[in-house]
Ligand binder design. Structure first.
Ligand SMILES: NC(=O)c1ccc[n+]([C@@H]2O[C@H](COP(=O)([O-])OP(=O)(O)OC[C@H]3O[C@@H](n4cnc5c(N)ncnc54)[C@H](OP(=O)(O)O)[C@@H]3O)[C@@H](O)[C@H]2O)c1
Length: 158
């Protein structure tokens, strides 16, 4: 379901796992699109190398850490729930447009072992910025995810 477009310019964003991989690409893209502040929600704030993001201690598997991060970053208007899976994102920020981002393999450390077509993390991030700006609730970032989605709409047994 699509919703209102989301302004990136002037926004305050939080990217979980914003120190490397796809999360870092999200943080860069948000700043390039004019975000006023981007928090990198990370387990080790000392490991954040980008001086233009704000390190925020956050372990998405730790309830107490999620609570502390939400309290410390009360000004967030865009949450990119990138690190790990589950509902930690919704517990950090509620009542906003949720964009589902799907991709097969992305060129990061996580997929280093995969010998299959991969897309750059910057492409995932840029497509997500487009979706936010257009109010689209879903990003199918590569051919693999588009094929998977198309297969879902086929009749059973097709
Ligand atoms: N790469 C792919 O092919 C691919 C495809 C589809 C979906 N994804 C998903 O995209 C997301 C990012 O993947 P990636 O490829 O960018 O992986 P990555 O390069 O391995 O980076 C993982 C990031 O998540 C952070 N992280 C891991 N556990 C965390 C925790 N408990 N709390 C906070 N941060 C945590 C890491 O921080 P540290 O530096 O502290 O470890 C790092 O910033 C993952 O959810 C992954 O499942 C990846």
């Amino acid at each position: 379901m699509d919703g209102e477009h989301h302004d990136i310019k002037g926004s305050v964003a939080l990217v979980t796992g914003g120190n490397r991989g796809i999360g870092r690409a999200f943080a860069r893209a948000l700043l390039e699109h004019g975000a006023a502040k981007v928090y990198a929600g990370v387990r080790d704030p000392a490991g954040v190398r980008d001086s233009d993001v704000v390190p925020l201690r956050l372990d998405v598997t730790d309830e107490e850490s999620i609570r502390a991060a939400a309290a410390a970053a009360g000004d967030v208007t865009i949450l990119i729930s990138n690190a790990g899976v589950g509902d930690s994102g919704t517990r950090l920020l509620e009542g906003t447009l949720v964009v589902g981002v799907h991709a097969g393999f992305v060129e990061t450390e996580m997929a280093a072992w995969v010998d299959a077509p991969k897309i750059p993390p910057e492409s995932v991030a840029e497509q997500t910025m487009d979706a936010l700006l257009a109010g689209r609730a879903e990003v199918l970032a590569d051919e693999r995810s588009r094929n998977a989605k198309a297969a879902l709409s086929q009749p059973v047994g097709a």
